[in-house]
Design a protein around this ligand. Structure first.
Ligand code: G3H
Ligand code: 13P
Ligand code: ZN
Length: 304
């Protein structure tokens, strides 16, 4: 389904389209079961490394399967780095692509993003661009906040120069399990200024996983080692009332899946068929996705 249509409907009706990454089959299955049960539209996100893991022909087969499902699904390239990967996924039948030129100098980001927009739009594919840098918490010292956070005036210029359908912004969130060094904080004040400058552009929030402590504890109790974690717990409850129309979550499903599998293996040492612990992983991912759909996205019953 055309992603831009999905995002505009979400923006108009105060909900968020969940954009969930899948790293393996079990995570995909848990996400889809959750969306079917809650009647939620979904953006299924594939990074270049996830695509390499599945393989192009298998991904093509999966996309053919998604098309048969009675669910609004958009298959999306997450963090595309260059024209090669953009061309590769459009050939495979992806509905939308992200071009991430956020770490390039501004003018180069504009140039690359515009090139992708021209190529993708000519083929009916939606484009997400990114402006501002999602610093990794551990590397916080690399950028000052002024350089890191999206500049609202520049956002206006970027959207008009490139013609992107949606814009990923940097307002405090980060990727991965450890999102904050100090107090967890999302800069909704900056978001407001961005919304003023680009009122008709759906906003995308990366690094939106909640990183629940229960998953981290369970992984550590069952032989894992996650040293430091800090997530978005309680910070995104009002996000659906803003122009944020797409939130990206990957880490939460990695944690949900891994904690369930570790727990299962610890307690049922005699089982060795991958479908037994895979099932435990699917069920936990499904629970986690339903929670995010209902609590953060409010996208349940929005499948049309
Ligand atoms: O934002 C990045 C995603 O979490 C994808 O990560 O390249 O390890 O699949 P990945
Ligand atoms: P998390 O690491 O918070 O799940 O963010 C994922 C993401 O932004 C993928 O693009
Ligand atoms: Zn991301």
């Amino acid at each position: 389904m055309k992603q831009v249509k999905m995002l505009r409907d979400a923006m108009k009706n105060n909900y968020i389209v969940p954009a969930f990454n899948f790293a393996n089959f079990e995570i995909l299955r848990g996400i889809l079961d959750a969306c079917i049960e809650t009647k939620s539209p979904v953006i299924l996100q594939v990074s270049e490394s996830a695509l390499n893991y599945f393989g192009d022909d298998i991904m093509c087969g999966l996309i053919a399967g998604f098309r048969k499902m009675k669910l609004p699904i958009s298959v999306h390239l997450d963090h595309g780095a260059n024209m090669d990967i953009i061309k590769r996924v459009i050939k495979l039948g992806f509905d939308s692509v992200m071009i991430d030129g956020s770490t390039l100098p501004y003018k180069e980001n504009v140039k690359l993003t515009k090139k992708v927009v021209d190529y993708a739009h000519a083929r009916g594919v939606s484009v997400e661009g990114e402006l501002g840098i999602l610093a990794i918490a551990n590397d916080d010292g690399l950028y000052s906040d002024g350089e890191r956070f999206t500049n609202p005036q520049q956002a206006k210029d970027f959207v008009s120069l490139t013609g992107v359908d949606s814009l990923a912004v940097s307002i405090g969130t980060n990727h991965g399990v450890n999102k904050y060094i100090g107090e967890p904080k999302i800069r909704f004040d900056i978001l407001k200024k961005i919304e003023k400058e680009i009122p008709n552009t759906p906003i995308v929030l990366h690094g939106a996983s909640l990183v629940e402590q229960k998953y981290v504890d369970s992984i550590n109790e069952h032989g894992g080692f996650i040293k430091k974690s800090a997530g978005n717990d309680n910070l995104l409850e009002n996000a659906h009332k803003t122009n944020i129309s797409k939130i990206n979550m990957d880490t939460d499903f990695r944690l949900a899946y891994t904690s369930a599998v570790r727990e299962f293996m610890d307690s049922k040492a005699d089982k060795y068929c991958p479908r037994t612990y895979g099932r435990a992983g699917i069920d936990e991912v499904k629970r986690c996705a339903i929670d995010r759909i209902k609590k953060i996205c409010h996208s349940h019953d929005k499948a049309k």
